[in-house]
Design a protein around this ligand. Structure first.
Ligand code: PLP
Length: 422
């Protein structure tokens, strides 16, 4: 094997959930024929109305005189101008903003956007100071663990827990008594709604974080991959935040276009310019075909509409199926707590004082034909012992109603056995 650099070794490691996914794929392959219920996926389902929207937009592009210009030529590193215009127009109207094209950057998926941000603002400065990338509320998106070329820059904060014991529900809150955003902070990143927990930070919590970052001119990247106006995977009211040091980051992946890799950043033009140069160096610009069809879907309002009427109710209903099954199948005597389902496409279950690790529980579930994701991979940057990290599970809402019901009944049985054997 050729010798690897430090960065080479680090980037060729499978981080966090990708390592689990390898185990899931091997399990699925080994079980050929056996009915496994796989609730590990982060991949959204293909909803027929959503697929039709993208077919229609593609037909429109094929019929358009712009087709050659879109696919046969390089474009601007900032992104395809008609998509930028569609976003500016829509967001200015919808949220009464004053955006210009200079506030927008289009990227090949939003994962790349966090890679640019983490490395442009986190890591060592030319005077050798370490600028931290702060994740204010752990657990959070496992992908943030893989985007830092300087791993020691990533610092996550333990949350406080709001527990409603009688209803077996809980919610994470940022611990403002611990959270520190200082002159050593390079940037702040969090997802809202959150993958893996479905948590939505309140408007007050977001304002408070942005305000803490402001005196140090620290950009706050709000990962809105599940937020309104598209894909609108929020089940509780939330107001997207813009302006000042906030960079509002979106993705079309959960709105039916993960394969086309489209990410959107909206923020201060000084920050956008830095990210744009990073992008030019890395990949010149994102694919224009996906951007062109997205421009039609946003400009016509169809994407926002389908998000509200199809995508959101579909996953909200899955969450209801999951929570009502757990409510009836889980014994009241067990210390189980489901995170409030406020959005995204996952449920997050905490089994307090679980006698075995999350990894062992995951193996026990596999034996009864159910696959979920052990939670300990969702704490990137939280480098401290905390038993809670081994007591949680991410359950994807991408199964059929029947699969979700059977899987939660099986989970309840396994949980009962495991606590009894203690
Ligand atoms: N952020 C969050 C919270 C996600 O859940 C995901 C994907 O699952 C991403 C970012 C990356 O999405 P993409 O690069 O497809 O835009």
């Amino acid at each position: 094997n050729p010798a690897l650099t430090k960065i080479g070794a680090q980037m060729s490691n499978l981080s966090g959930v990708r390592a689990i996914m390898k185990d899931v794929i091997e399990t699925l392959e080994a079980s050929k024929g056996k009915d496994l219920i796989n609730l590990s996926a982060g991949n959204p389902l293909i909803l027929p109305e959503v697929e039709q929207l993208w077919r229609d937009c593609t037909a429109q592009l094929l019929a358009s005189p712009d087709y050659g210009e879109v696919v046969c030529r390089y474009g601007s590193s900032q992104g395809y101008a008609p998509l930028i215009e569609a976003i500016v127009k829509d967001f200015n109207r919808r949220y009464e903003l004053n955006l210009s094209a200079r506030n927008i950057l289009l990227t090949p998926g939003s994962q790349s956007l966090y890679f640019y941000a983490a490395n442009a603002f986190g890591g060592y400065t030319s005077n050798g100071e370490l600028k931290q990338i702060i994740l204010p509320l752990s657990p959070d998106y496992t992908g943030y663990g893989g985007v830092c070329l300087v791993p020691e820059a990533l610092i996550a904060y333990k949350p406080t827990l709001d527990i409603d014991a009688s209803s077996h529900r809980f919610k994470y809150r940022p611990d403002f008594s611990q959270l520190a955003i200082t002159e050593n902070t390079g940037c702040v990143i969090f997802s809202r709604p959150c993958n893996p927990t479905g948590n939505v930070l309140t408007d007050d919590e977001v304002n408070k974080i942005a305000l803490m970052a402001k005196p140090h001119d620290v950009p706050v990247f709000i990962d809105s991959a599940y937020a309104p106006p598209f894909p609108a995977l929020n089940f509780t009211d939330m107001t997207p935040k813009f302006g000042g040091n906030i960079v509002h980051c979106m993705s079309l992946s959960k709105a039916g276009l993960p394969g086309e890799r489209i990410g959107i950043a909206i923020g201060d033009e000084r920050v956008i310019e830095v990210l744009q140069s990073f992008q030019t160096n890395m990949c010149i610009h994102p694919s224009r075909y996906g951007q062109a069809i997205a421009a039609y879907a946003i400009d016509s309002g169809a994407l926002v509409e389908i998000s509200k009427t199809v995508i959101r109710p579909f996953y909200q209903n899955k969450f209801t199926v999951l929570e009502s099954t757990l409510d009836s199948a889980m014994p009241d005597s067990l210390p189980w707590f489901l995170h409030r389902g406020e959005g995204a496409i996952f449920a997050w279950l905490w089994l307090q004082n679980l006698p075995i690790t999350d990894w062992e529980f995951y193996q026990r579930l596999k034996e009864v034909g159910v696959i979920v994701v052990p939670g300990s991979t969702f704490f990137p940057g939280l480098n401290q012992e905390w038993e809670h990290k081994q007591q949680c599970f991410r359950i994807s809402l991408t199964g059929s109603d029947q699969e979700i019901t059977i899987a939660m009944e099986q989970l309840a049985q396994v949980a009962q056995t495991v606590y009894q054997d203690r």
